[in-house]
Design a protein around this ligand. Structure first.
Ligand SMILES: [Zn+2]
Length: 119
């Protein structure tokens, strides 16, 4: 049963991960774990990490899946700061009903932003 030392994983990630915008290496202090889970039986782990680039000030979310010796990373640029991501991670996920409400609102919208924003 493999147990992951998250601090060691983050140190390694800080060495390996680069900003996709300016290519500068991330500083360990700029990496924050938003969510994590691991399965002691399979040795699999998943991390959701947020990082702010000190150089270009862009923010990036990394979804990292660790499966034995294999590490898979998906990178998404975001306009959420690390403070925002901590705040919004407490809210429930959007569901299909939320998407339908937005779709119906946009379908009914006549394009008059001045009137819509005065409400
Ligand atoms: Zn950058």
């Amino acid at each position: 049963m493999k147990k992951y030392d998250l601090k060691k994983v983050l140190t390694w990630l800080g060495f390996m991960l680069h900003c996709p915008v300016c290519n500068v290496k991330y500083d360990f202090s700029s990496i924050k774990i938003v969510d994590s889970e691991s399965d002691a039986q399979t040795g699999e782990a998943r991390l959701l990490i947020h990082s702010d680039c000190q150089k270009c000030k862009s923010s990036v979310m990394f979804n990292i899946d660790i499966n034995g010796p294999d590490i898979f990373t998906v990178i998404a640029k975001t306009d959420l700061t690390s403070k925002d991501s901590a705040k919004f991670s407490k809210y429930p996920s959007l569901d299909i009903d939320d998407c339908i409400k937005v779709h119906n609102s946009l379908n009914a919208f006549d394009g008059d932003f001045i009137r819509a924003l005065k409400k």
